[in-house]
Each structure stands twice: as structure tokens, then as C-alpha cells.
Design a protein around this ligand. Structure first.
Ligand SMILES: *Cc1c(COP(=O)(O)O)cnc(C)c1O
Length: 452
């Protein structure tokens, strides 16, 4: 079976040139670091487009499929422009994501709006911008959305998010009858929700069910179980309410490779499991072909992205670890400190040199836990060397912060030896943009003061 981009830490265009320097998208990454500064998020456009195409190709044996990108993994106007060209839709979870998509002229009917506590303002924005589907998470939201729809005299197509009772723990999973999740309707609450839609919430039309079982999933069997559970609900709803649902949203979650220890299934392996389970269950329950929706986030963008850092200080603890410190860390990549996530790296300007020492790559933020990689073997490094950490395209920029009042890095996209900024580097001025000093605390700034 063909390998797919989620199975390799390297972007598809990565190579080491004759001078031993890492190149991505035909660009020498050391030159990128010089031109744009560090830390720097670099996205490889070919890898991004390859993941979109692999998803579309993998599901092409089934006629009626929509692939949505779960935009929380990495959301910018440029991503919207690329996804629009590739024919994908978007899974959005906030007013900010809706606004970003709509500001980039993304076809809003291809957007599905998810979330367990959407505000009235966000639901109104969704209706005003023409978001295609709203995935309703709970009873409170059913009532809220119906009243907003009535006040605007609009009819809304909705899915109900369910908690299917499958819980994934990355490499293994357990199945439970009832799951304590903050997301979605318990299966036992589904009848009541549908009765309410039929009897009271007349501006809502139920068109499907949505389930999302977790993230960084390496197990294919869970998707087969999920299809069986959702199909059974389709059959039950048809028998009890006479409603033939048309859309089955199976969420995202496919895992990616962060280090060579990770062996995720390919996009083709996942689609095969899903489509086989679907065929089986449609026959078993005698259901017409529904539209299948999948919403991968991580596996679309993770391996397209790397982060470049410059080496600064280093420290050898007597009879202990050697630390090398870089100019970024937990604010541009919170995953190691949040989830003990593991990464792999290269010294980009010494990419073909043999490892000589075991070091720990530390960030620059004021937390002992700000360690990007523990115990990695690298060639001997010097200040100014460029460290490239791989697989940082998902949930890095989107979870970044200004901790320690440090401006967020820039992001660029590379292709065919060309590089372009997609997110500008923040400045110190950006950091104080929203600061306000109440007048009573304002003391005049002296002449010659930088802010006077
Ligand atoms: C986060 C999320 C996704 C995407 O998950 P990945 O693991 O990034 O593929 C899809 N759907 C929903 C509802 C999510 O919350």
C-alpha cells in the first residue's frame, strides 16, 4: 500500500544538499533562517497539497465523500486559500475560525461548525456567513440555535454530535457503554433530542450524526467500530422516527509520525477500513448510501511543517546532561510541556554530520519544563547553528502564546525554491497593542522616552 505523508517526519521535498544543508521546498533552510529570522515555522506546500490529495484519492472509491480540514490544527488565510483550491471543506470551532475562513473568501457552505459551548454571537455569525452545517453538541445549544434561527427567519441543517462510547488511548482503546465526555449527546439522549427537534425546534433540520473519537490514533479497528455504531443509530432513528439521515461525519484523529518510534497507518489504510465497514453495515441495516464526512487536522498539516531555531547558550551539568538552548520553546510549541510529546531534529547546517553527543534541547522560556527534546544525538553544535525540529505543522502555531512577552514567530510557505510569508513575525509594538493604562495611573512619559 502506498505510503502517505503522515507516515514520515520529513516533508516530501526535504533533502540534504551537496554542502550538507537541509533543503525544503527547494529552499536552503539556513538561508530561510537568515532571511526571515528564527524561530521560524516553515510549511512545505507540496506536502500540504499531497496530504489533501491522498485523502481525496483514498476515499474516491466511495461516491459521496467530503474531506474537511479540522482548522484548529493550523488556521490562517493562506491555508484556507490552498484548501479551497484542493476542494476540501473546513471543520471550524469558533467565531475566529469562521471569520478567518470568510475573510479568505472560503466557500462557507463547505464549513461545518463544531464545539461544545458555542456562543449566541458565534452561532449568529455562522448563520450570517452561510456556514453549511452546524453540529449541535447538547440540549442547551439545540434550543439556542433554534431561537436564533427563528429570530432570523432561517432554516438550519444540523448534525448531532454523539459520544459513541469508544475511547482511544493512542495505541490501544477501550470501549465503554457510557463515556464521561464533555462533548456530544450520550446515545441514550438521542431520542429525546430528536423528539425535541420534531416537536419544538422547527427551524432545525436534522441531516446527520457526528462523532470524533480522539486524536493521534494508530489503531484502524476503532474506525470500523465507529462506523458500526453510527450505522446502527441511523437504522434506529429511521425505525423510530421515520427520518433517513443523509450525513455520517466520522471525525478526524489519524495519527502522524513525530519520531521513528511512531508507526501510524496510512491514509489509504484508514479509508479502506472505513469504506469496508461502511459497505458491511449499509447492507446489514439496509441503509441507502449516506454522505461520508471526515475531518482530519493533524494528518493534513503536521508533517508539512518544521520549526527552525538558532542555537544560543549551552550548559554541561557536571556529571549530568548537556543542554543546548534555542531561541524558542514552549510558547511556539507547547506540546512537549503539555503532553510530553516527542520530536526529532537535525542540525540543519550539519545535516550529513555524524551524531557525536547526546544533548537536551531546551527552550528559552522561564519554566524548567520548557524542554523541546530530551536526549537526542546530534553533531557537536555551536552558537548560531540552525536546529530544525520536524512534524511541527499541527497544534504548534495554533496553540502558541506570548508567554514571557515574546513576540510569536513568523510562518512561511515554501515551494519550487520560492518562499513567502504567510504569518508576519510579531513585533514589540504588537505585544502592547491591546494594553491600556487607566488615565488615573498614567504618568507623563519623559522627553526622549521611546514611547513619548
Ligand atoms: C480536533 C478535532 C478533529 C481533528 O483531529 P485530528 O486529530 O487533528 O485529526 C476533528 N474533529 C473534531 C470534532 C475535533 O475536535
Amino acid at each position: 500500500m502506498q505510503n502517505t505523508v503522515n507516515q514520515s517526519i520529513m516533508p516530501v521535498t526535504a533533502k540534504i544538499n551537496e554542502n550538507g544543508v537541509l533543503e525544503i521546498g527547494g529552499c536552503n533552510v539556513v538561508e530561510l533562517a537568515e532571511k526571515y529570522g528564527t524561530p521560524l515555522y516553515v510549511y512545505d506546500e507540496d506536502t500540504l497539497r499531497a496530504s489533501c490529495r491522498q485523502y481525496k484519492q483514498a476515499f474516491s472509491p466511495y461516491e459521496n465523500v467530503s474531506v474537511l480540514f479540522a482548522s484548529k490544527a493550523f488556521m490562517t488565510q493562506t491555508i484556507c486559500a490552498i484548501l479551497k483550491e484542493e476542494g476540501l471543506g473546513l471543520d471550524v470551532v469558533s467565531g475566529g475560525e469562521i471569520f478567518t475562513a470568510s475573510s479568505a473568501n472560503f466557500p462557507m457552505e463547505r464549513c461545518y461548525f463544531n464545539g461544545n459551548n458555542k456562543s449566541s454571537e458565534e452561532l449568529e455569525l455562522a448563520l450570517e456567513t452561510g456556514v453549511g452545517r452546524i453540529t449541535v453538541d447538547n440540549f442547551f445549544e439545540l434550543e439556542l440555535l433554534d431561537s436564533i434561527a427563528k429570530s432570523k427567519d432561517k432554516y438550519v441543517n444540523i448534525l448531532l454530535r454523539i459520544t459513541p462510547g469508544i475511547e482511544c488511548h493512542t495505541h490501544e482503546y477501550i470501549q465503554t457503554g457510557h463515556l464521561d465526555s464533555k462533548f456530544g449527546f450520550d446515545l441514550s439522549q438521542l431520542d429525546e433530542a430528536i423528539e425535541l427537534i420534531q416537536e419544538r425546534f422547527s427551524n432545525l433540520t436534522l441531516v446527520g450524526l457526528h462523532a470524533h473519537i480522539g486524536s493521534q490514533i494508530f489503531e484502524t479497528q476503532v474506525y470500523s467500530d465507529l462506523v458500526a455504531i453510527v450505522s446502527e443509530q441511523f437504522a434506529k432513528i429511521h425505525d423510530k422516527f421515520g427520518i433517513m439521515l443523509e450525513e455520517m461525519n466520522l471525525g478526524g484523529g489519524l495519527g502522524v509520525q513525530y519520531t521513528s518510534a511512531d508507526d501510524p497507518p496510512s491514509i489509504f489504510a484508514i479509508s479502506e477500513v472505513i469504506l469496508n465497514a461502511l459497505r458491511e453495515n449499509l447492507v446489514k441495516y439496509n441503509l441507502p448510501d449516506p454522505k461520508i464526512i471526515i475531518e482530519p487536522g493533524r494528518s493534513i498539516v503536521c508533517n508539512a511543517g518544521v520549526t527552525l531555531y538558532a542555537v544560543g547558550s549551552s550548559k554541561q551539568v557536571p556529571e549530568g546532561k548537556k543542554y543546548i538552548a534555542v531561541d524558542g520553546g514552549m510558547a511556539d510549541n507547547p506540546r512537549p510541556s503539555m503532553y510530553q510529546a516527542k520530536y526529532d531534529a537535525l542540525v540543519a547546517n550539519k545535516a550529513n554530520q555524524k551524531p557525536e553527543e547526546t544533548v537536551t534541547i531546551a527552550g528559552r522560556y522561564c519554566e524548567s519544563g520548557d524542554i523541546l527534546i530530551n536526549d537526542i544525538e546530534l553533531p557537536e553544535t555551536e552558537p548560531g547553528d540552525i536546529i530544525c525540529i520536524f512534524s511541527t505543522g499541527a497544534y504548534n502555531y495554533s496553540m502558541s502564546s506570548n508567554y514571557n512577552r515574546i513576540p510569536k514567530p513568523a510562518a512561511i510557505i515554501v515551494q519550487n525554491a520560492q518562499s513567502d510569508v504567510i504569518i508576519k513575525r510579531e513585533t514589540y509594538q504588537d505585544l502592547i497593542l491591546h494594553d491600556v493604562i487607566p488615565e488615573r495611573l498614567m504618568c507623563p512619559l519623559g522627553d526622549g522616552h521611546p514611547l513619548s
